[in-house]
Write a protein that binds this ligand. Structure first.
Ligand SMILES: Cc1cc2nc3c(=O)[nH]c(=O)nc-3n(C[C@H](O)[C@H](O)[C@H](O)COP(=O)(O)O)c2cc1C
Length: 365
């Protein structure tokens, strides 16, 4: 029954894709944290993505704070974020409950909730629930930035097309990505990726991709050993994002092909502080940040709802059948997932700061 994540700062998600609203309750925020509403709107706009490669379901995603906010500051009481669904069209999904879409959560959701849950557009499993997650993450991203901690994500690969990697010190790259709703560092690669996604859409198909994320400005010492390691907590929230199928830190799976002398990150002194000569481990040792940028990659599968005819079963009749999916869908999820990953990372980092230094350490003044 887990719709709640976090230890010191807890976020609970609620809502359904075609119900009245989606939202989040964030508990454990300090009083007096400034809420930058423009930043919240900007992150939500990025989550909508550019029109030609994103769902035709467009809505303003206006955030209402039902509790916990007063005059632009947190009260320290539970912050309830509500985003009304203004473009719901549940009629598109009349048959979804009977003929589950391949690789969506229609069948597993039907089994778990005994047919009582609204399956329209994926219901509670919909990517739409990432909107309040992004809103909550935007508030924490602003707070972290005032402490010199920045988070940025780019599409490192989309259906075989690669972007350049982050620079060794990714702060400038993170700045360059900030305003982009299709976050790619190399403009040439960006154009190719958009064309590839548009071509998949025209063919009634979809494409997947990989995101690369960097968190800069982190002090060494954040994280816990064993089960609450920084990698464990990040992986937990990243795998909770719909369509995420892989997460790796630093060189990740490629580490397995290296020797120790190739893989080890040797400590050194840089600018009077301890640094590492390389960052193959992705900025964490023993589950605890080592002062290098935190680096991880997230694999996002192709959108399951595609226009092509596919095989499925008819749960009512107990026989095999085919399904032609209606509704409005993203031809790729990867670009829309980028601000979600940034928000998720900000939540985890803020949670670890609150655990180590107390939640008042998150205040910006
Ligand atoms: C931002 C975002 C947008 C998404 N858009 C769609 C969509 O338009 N159509 C679709 O079938 N799935 C979409 N998904 C993915 C599904 O929600 C997801 O594949 C489904 O819930 C099954 O979960 P799983 O892929 O994690 O196993 C989206 C996910 C995210 C994060």
């Amino acid at each position: 029954m887990s719709n709640t994540f976090g230890k010191a700062i807890k976020i609970t998600l609620f809502g359904e894709s075609h119900g009245p609203a989606v939202g989040a309750v964030v508990d454990g925020l300090p009083p007096g944290l400034r809420i930058d509403k423009d930043r919240v709107s900007a992150e939500l706009a990025k989550r909508s993505g550019p029109e030609s490669v994103s769902t035709a379901r467009r809505e303003p995603d206006e955030v209402e704070f039902l509790s916990g906010e007063k005059d632009g500051y947190t009260q320290g009481t539970p912050l309830t974020i509500l985003i009304r669904n203004t473009a719901a069209r549940p009629g598109d999904y009349e048959k979804t409950a009977e003929t589950p879409r391949p690789s969506h959560a229609d069948y597993t959701g039907y089994v778990k909730y005994l047919g009582f849950a609204d399956a329209s557009g994926g219901g509670h499993f919909s990517g739409r629930l990432t909107a309040p997650l992004v809103a909550a993450g935007a508030i924490l991203q602003s707070a972290l930035e005032e402490k010199g901690i920045t988070v940025g994500t780019h599409i490192s690969r989309l259906h075989g097309i690669s972007d350049r990697a982050f620079a060794e010190e990714p702060s400038e790259d993170i700045k360059a990505l900030k305003g982009l709703d299709f976050p790619v560092l190399d403009l040439n690669a960006s154009e190719k990726m958009i064309k590839e996604t548009e071509a998949a859409k025209a063919a009634g198909d979809s494409v997947g991709g990989t995101l690369e994320t960097a968190v800069c400005g982190l002090e060494a010492g954040l994280g816990e050993p064993w089960f609450d390691s920084i990698e464990s907590e990040l992986a937990h929230i990243l795998f909770s994002i719909p369509a995420v199928k892989g997460v790796e830190f630093g060189e990740g799976f490629a580490m397995a092909d290296k020797t120790g002398s190739e893989a080890n990150d040797e400590p050194c002194f840089k600018g009077g502080r301890i640094s590492m000569r390389s960052n193959n481990g992705g900025g964490a040792d023993g589950g605890i940040t080592n002062g290098m940028p935190l680096l991880f990659r997230t694999a996002v599968k192709p959108t399951p709802s595609i226009a092509m005819k596919q095989n499925t079963v008819d749960l009512g009749k107990g026989e095999e059948t085919t399904v032609e999916i209606k509704g409005r869908h993203d031809p790729a999820i990867v670009h829309r997932a980028a601000p979600v990953v940034n928000a998720a990372a900000a939540l985890v980092i803020a949670d670890f700061i609150a655990r180590r230094f107390g939640y008042m350490a998150l205040r910006n003044e």
